[in-house]
Design a protein around this ligand. Structure first.
Ligand SMILES: Cc1ncc(COP(=O)(O)O)c(C=O)c1O
Length: 431
C-alpha cells in the first residue's frame, strides 16, 4: 500500500469528491417558496401536512413539529407525567439531550451501562437501577440501531413504567420490522442537519397515546393548550415553553421527507457496500459495527472501533488509547475521509451530571428523595467508557447523493490506514 497521506502520500479521496448532504432540488425550492408566500408563516398548512405525512411515515397517530429534537424529547417527558424528583433510566453513552430532557422537567437521570457490541442500553442492567421514584425508561436508538425492546418492554410492564424513545437518530430504524417511534409510549425525532432526514434544524414529537399527546402539548403552548377552548383568552394553565417551528421550515422538512425513500435506500446500499468490503479485508485492529438479526440499522452513523486487544495495546492507559484513536482518526481524515470522535466522554462524566446541579442549589437532585441510587462514577459504566475512547464515527459520507462508488472509496481509505496501523505514531501525528 502507498504512503499514508498523513505522512505525505496521496489522499484516497480528493477534495470536492464527496457530495454535500442533504441533496436540495426543485422539490425543496417549490415547497419553500410556496410557504413563503402564504399569509400564515407560523404553524399552519405546511406544518399540518408535515405532521400528517410524518405520522404516516412513522406509523403514529399524533405528531407535533418542534424547533429541535431536544424539545420533542422534553415534550415526551412532560407527556408521560414525569415531574420534580422523579427518576428516568437512560443510557450512559448518548448525546447529552437524551438526559437533559429529563432534567428540563426537574426529574433525575439514572444511567445504565451499554452492551459491548451494539453500544446500546443493556437491558440486564435496568432492574437494578429501578427505585420507587422511577417513572420511565428512556431508550436511545443510537446511531440508527434500535434498542433490544422485548426485555425493556417486559421490565416496563412489570414495574409500570413508561417507555420514551429517543429516536433522534433513528428515522425508519426497525426492530422486528416495527419502526422506531412506535416501540414505546412516545418518541422524539430530530431534523437537525446531521440527521437522515433534515430541515436544517427541527424535530417532531410523536405518540399513539392521546393523553400523552395532550400533556406534551401543554408544555409547548406557553402552558396554554386547553383541549377545548371557546374564548380568545391566553391564560397560562400550566408552566410552559414555546417549541413550535414555522411554516418555511415545515415546507423544507416536507420536501425532505418525501425524498426519504431514496435517501434511505442509498444509505443502506452504501453502508452494506462499505461493510462487505471491510469484512472481506479482515483488517487487524479494526472492529466493525454490528446489526443484530432482529434489527434493521438505518446507518445514521457507521462507527468503526480500534481493537486495542488485537493490536497488543490492552495494557495501555485510557489516555494512551484515546490518543492513539485520535491519531488513527487524523490519518483517516488526511486520506480525505470526513470522520471524527462522536463523544469524547460518557454522560456521567460530563460536568452537569458530575456536579449534580442543573438549576442551581443542586436541583433537581436536591428534591427530597430524588437522588436515590444515582451513582455516576465512570467505573459503573465500563462498556460505555471503552466504546467512547475506541470509536471513530463516519456520519455524512455515506448519505445520498453519494453512492456505492463513494462507499468503496471510503472502504479503500480505511483499508489503507488499517493495513498501515503499525506505522501510526501518535507522537508524530498529534503534535
Ligand atoms: C441521540 C440524540 N438525542 C437527541 C438529540 C437532540 O436533537 P436536536 O439537536 O435536534 O435537539 C440528538 C442530536 O444530535 C441526538 O443525537
Amino acid at each position: 500500500m502507498s504512503t499514508l497521506a498523513i505522512y505525505g502520500g496521496e489522499p484516497t479521496i480528493k477534495p470536492g469528491e464527496i457530495k454535500n448532504w442533504p441533496p436540495v432540488d426543485k422539490t425543496d425550492e417549490d415547497l419553500i417558496l410556496a410557504a413563503l408566500h402564504e399569509p400564515n408563516q407560523a404553524r399552519g398548512k405546511y406544518t399540518a401536512l408535515l405532521e400528517k405525512e410524518f405520522n404516516a411515515f412513522a406509523k403514529t397517530k399524533y405528531a407535533y413539529f418542534t424547533n429541535c429534537g431536544g424539545s420533542a424529547l422534553h415534550m415526551c417527558v412532560a407527556g408521560c407525567g414525569i415531574g420534580a424528583g422523579d427518576q428516568v433510566i437512560t443510557t450512559a453513552y448518548t448525546w447529552p439531550s437524551s438526559a437533559s430532557c429529563i432534567l428540563h422537567n426537574m426529574a433525575v437521570p439514572v444511567f445504565v451501562d451499554i452492551l459491548p457490541d451494539t453500544f446500546l442500553m443493556d437491558p440486564s442492567k435496568i432492574e437494578a437501577a429501578i427505585t420507587p421514584r422511577t417513572k420511565a425508561i428512556l431508550c436511545v436508538h443510537l446511531h440508527g440501531l434500535c434498542c433490544d425492546m422485548d426485555p425493556i418492554r417486559e421490565i416496563a410492564k412489570k414495574y409500570n413504567l413508561k417507555i420514551i424513545e429517543d429516536a433522534c437518530q433513528a428515522h425508519n430504524a426497525l426492530y422486528k420490522g416495527q419502526p422506531a417511534g412506535t416501540l414505546g409510549d412516545c418518541a422524539g425525532f430530530s431534523f437537525n442537519q446531521n440527521k437522515c432526514m433534515t430541515s436544517g434544524e427541527g424535530g417532531i414529537f410523536v405518540t399513539n397515546d392521546e393523553e400523552i399527546y395532550r400533556k406534551g402539548l401543554t408544555l409547548t403552548g406557553f402552558g396554554d393548550m386547553q383541549p377545548t377552548k371557546d374564548t380568545d383568552e391566553y391564560p397560562a394553565y400550566a408552566f410552559g415553553y414555546k417549541f413550535a417551528n414555522n411554516e418555511i421550515t415545515a415546507a423544507y422538512a416536507l420536501a425532505q421527507l418525501r425524498k426519504f425513500p431514496w435517501y434511505y435506500k442509498q444509505l443502506i446500499d452504501n453502508a452494506r457496500t462499505l461493510h462487505a468490503e471491510l469484512t472481506a479485508a479482515n483488517l487487524k485492529g479494526l472492529k466493525l459495527p454490528v446489526e443484530p438479526e432482529n434489527c434493521t440499522h438505518n446507518w445514521y452513523n457507521y462507527n468503526i472501533r480500534v481493537d486495542f486487544d488485537a493490536l497488543g495495546m490492552a495494557d495501555k492507559t485510557t489516555a494512551e488509547k484515546s490518543r492513539f484513536r485520535h491519531a488513527v482518526c487524523k490519518a483517516l481524515q488526511a486520506e480525505g475521509l470526513p470522520c471524527g470522535v462522536w463523544q469524547h466522554c460518557i454522560l456521567p462524566q460530563m460536568t452537569i451530571f458530575r456536579a449534580k446541579n442543573a438549576y442551581g442549589k443542586g436541583y433537581p437532585w436536591t428534591v427530597p428523595g430524588a437522588d436515590a441510587k444515582t451513582n455516576y462514577d465512570v467505573e459503573n459504566f465500563p462498556n460505555a467508557d471503552k466504546y467512547c475512547y475506541s470509536h471513530i464515527a463516519l456520519v455524512m459520507v455515506l448519505r445520498a447523493p453519494n453512492d456505492t462508488v463513494m462507499a468503496s472509496r471510503v472502504a479503500q481509505a480505511i483499508k489503507k490506514v488499517f493495513s498501515n496501523i503499525d506505522k501510526i505514531d501518535p507522537d508524530k501525528i498529534m503534535k
